[in-house]
Design a protein around this ligand. Structure first.
Ligand code: PGA
Length: 251
């Protein structure tokens, strides 16, 4: 079963528009050095989504947002609707990133609404799950990921699920320089797929599950070699075009 291979860059709250455009152009310029089999996605801040869509035009690089609103439109000061993101030419939206869960109180309840908005606007969600250090040390990482999947992904229709990307990101590995070992990643990715199989059967074999957390050129190949790891959601290393592309060479 050949699952989609994905390398997605989560730029977080980094780059002003000119820097973002320069970064996107550098990714486009180096893209041909990496296997065509890799699907690259870049997720800049909202403020320059449209300029980055323009900068990658003509290439096979897709653009995603880092979040979207729970509601379709209306009096929600400061929020960005999924329809606005889609109208700019974005194809993806990251939902449930641990930083949003941790700093902005996102729960399964809000994420169910955001997922519905994403699908209503033909955006593919990159739904993030993962445990924190305390949960890992207590041996609760399986239960935490299972709950994050059951409470949100299990509410999807088969058609929606067929258009979903999952990212497993252990919170203790995000931006810390600490990476899960390839074996730890495989263990939990295989477990997540097993949970998905309970609900969606054979469709679970086709769902890309990305690893995220201090993924870099030096460790990507080992992690991506694992059977149930279908790519990466990259933070820090996505801000340097050569590193981001080199991670794609990990396949
Ligand atoms: P990192 O972030 O690669 O900087 O650890 C990954 C993420 O949070 O998506």
């Amino acid at each position: 079963m050949a699952r989609k291979k994905i390398v997605a860059g989560n730029w977080k709250m980094n780059t002003v528009p000119a820097e973002g455009v320069e970064l996107a152009k550098a990714v486009v310029a180096g893209r041909s050095e990496v296997c065509e089999c890799v699907n690259f996605i870049v997720c800049p801040p909202f403020t320059h989504l449209s300029q980055v869509v323009e900068a990658v035009k003509g290439s096979d690089i897709a653009v995603g947002a880092q979040d979207c609103a729970t509601e379709a439109k209306g009096a929600y000061t400061g929020e960005i609707a999924a329809s606005m993101i889609a109208a700019l030419g974005c194809k993806y939206v990251i939902l449930g990133h641990s930083e949003r869960r941790q700093y902005y109180g996102e729960t399964s309840e809000t994420l169910n609404k955001k997922m519905a908005q994403a699908y209503a606007n033909n955006l593919t969600p990159i739904y993030c799950v993962g445990e924190n250090l305390e949960e890992r040390e207590a041996g609760n990482h399986f239960a935490v990921c299972k709950a994050q999947i059951e409470e949100v992904v299990f509410n999807l229709t088969e058609e929606q699920f067929a258009n979903l990307v999952i990212a497993y990101e252990p919170v203790w590995a995000i931006g810390t320089g600490k990476t899960a070992t390839a074996e730890q990643a495989q263990e939990i990715h295989a477990y997540i797929r097993e949970v998905l199989r309970e609900k969606f059967g054979a469709l679970a074999e086709e769902c890309p599950i990305l690893y995220g957390g201090s993924c870099k050129p030096s460790n990507a190949a080992e992690i991506f070699a694992k059977e149930d790891v279908d790519g990466g959601l990259i933070g820090g290393a996505a801000l340097v075009a050569t590193d981001f592309l080199a991670i794609g060479k990990g396949f």
